[in-house]
Write a protein that binds this ligand. Structure first.
Ligand code: PLP
Length: 407
């Protein structure tokens, strides 16, 4: 008898719960004809956020000429547009096209950047809660994710003392996600400067995931990590998925700043891995120049009266009406990360809670432990639905939670 075909041991610690078993169950329910409200993925288009028309026009116009492979690091017009984008940002170190690599979304570039850097057992400092791809890819690349805490009582800012205490002689890099998914925190200059000091002192690479840099609420200001650490090797990741609402195109980039001569070998490793994926999707690369150089329609969505701001406010207001639920007001991004007071809701298994919510209310959320948060006392809610739908979903969450309540 032939033996079962098993997945490799490399996948043993690789988890990605945002699209994990509960969302597979949701897909099965949908196939049976149920309507599921999906508050689990930051995917704007299904909620009526259309891609800007000028982006579509340029992609369509370039389509006949997009059938060939491109340079594996990306097309010149896209890389030049990325250079121009950072030239306009206060204090961002000067870069040129050779410091830019285009990818099939930030996700692919996270894989490339970590695969190129890590030897087995090398440690990467990753925030918790995290965007879990960073932890999953570190494991896949043979590295060891070491989580530093972000402090909910301090607006979910990184706890710098905890971060420093976790640096060892195996540490290679610090990941900074700002604005943050899942908490919505936007870090102050002092916080970024503190992280930069640690990277400087211990000779670590900074990996700055800034995909939400243009999705800011109230008075929040995004400060690029590279501008605070011009003397530290910093990889800045960004793309079109969120601010330009084209995540299905898969268009992202990474730029390197700092002492690049010393990092030549590593950067050649990134170029090698880019050449092994042949090239990024060419039609999507044609969106980058027009997106970065065109009308910045995201502003209409985040300023007073804007849809994303209204939805952020609705999420906070409705969550705070649920007894025992608190939430730090998100200053950026597309999520809220509420806390369920363990004295009120003694939850043992938050994945089970999310599954029960799905089965009972047909609402799909992601549990806090899916973001490597150690305790089963948080949920992540995507703030993309229309305010009315979001309010109704959160009210139904409140009704559902009342059956878990102890006091
Ligand atoms: N980084 C963060 C913090 C994200 O939240 C996401 C997607 O949700 C990504 C990266 C992936 O983006 P992309 O669509 O460019 O692969």
């Amino acid at each position: 008898m032939s033996s079962a075909v098993r997945q490799s041991e490399k996948l043993r610690d690789v988890l990605y719960d945002i699209r994990g078993p509960v969302s597979a169950r949701a897909a099965a329910l949908e196939a049976e004809g149920h309507r599921i409200l999906k508050l689990n993925i930051g995917n704007p288009q299904p909620f009526g956020f259309d891609a800007p028309a000028e982006i579509l026009q340029d992609v369509i116009a370039a389509l006949p000429g997009s059938a060939g492979y491109s340079d594996s690091r990306g097309i010149q017009s896209a890389r030049r547009a990325v250079v121009h984008n950072y030239q306009l940002q206060d204090g961002f170190p000067a870069i040129d096209v050779d410091d830019v690599w285009i990818g099939n979304g930030v996700s692919e570039l996270i894989q490339i950047a970590l695969q190129a850097l890590l030897n087995n057992g090398d440690e990467v400092l990753i925030p918790v809660p995290d965007y879990p791809l960073w932890t999953a890819v570190t494991n896949l690349a043979g590295g060891v994710p070491v989580h530093y805490r972000c402090d909910e009582d301090n607006g979910w800012n990184p706890d710098l003392a905890d971060l420093e205490s976790k640096i060892t002689d195996r540490t290679k890099a610090i990941v900074v996600i700002n604005p943050n998914n899942p908490t919505g925190a936007v870090y102050a200059r002092e916080t970024l400067a503190g992280i930069a000091d640690l990277a400087r002192k211990h000779d670590l690479v900074l990996m700055a995931d800034e995909i939400y840099d243009k999705i800011l609420y109230d008075e929040a200001v995004h400060i690029p990590m590279a501008s605070v650490a011009p003397d530290v090797l910093t990889l800045t990741f960004n793309g079109l998925s969120k601010a330009y609402r084209v995540c299905g195109y898969r268009a992202g980039w990474v730029v390197a700043t700092g002492p690049l001569e010393r990092a030549q070998d590593y950067l050649e490793g990134i170029t090698l891995l880019c050449s092994m994926r042949l090239c990024p999707n060419v039609p999507a690369q044609n969106a980058i120049q027009v997106a970065l150089g065109g009308y910045q329609s995201i502003k209409e969505l985040i300023l007073p009266g804007g849809r994303l701001l209204e939805q952020r406010d609705t999420a906070v207001t409705e969550l705070r009406k649920i007894p025992g639920v608190s939430v730090v007001v998100p200053q950026g991004a597309l999520y809220a990360f509420p806390r369920l007071d363990p004295e009120v809701y003694p939850i043992k298994d938050d994945q089970q809670l999310v599954l029960d919510l799905l089965l009972q209310e047909k609402i799909l959320l992601t549990q806090g432990t899916g973001f490597n948060w150690p305790d089963p006392d948080h949920l992540r809610i995507v703030t993309l639905p229309w305010a009315r739908d979001l309010a109704e979903a959160i009210q139904r969450l409140g009704n559902f939670l009342s059956s878990y309540r102890q006091v």
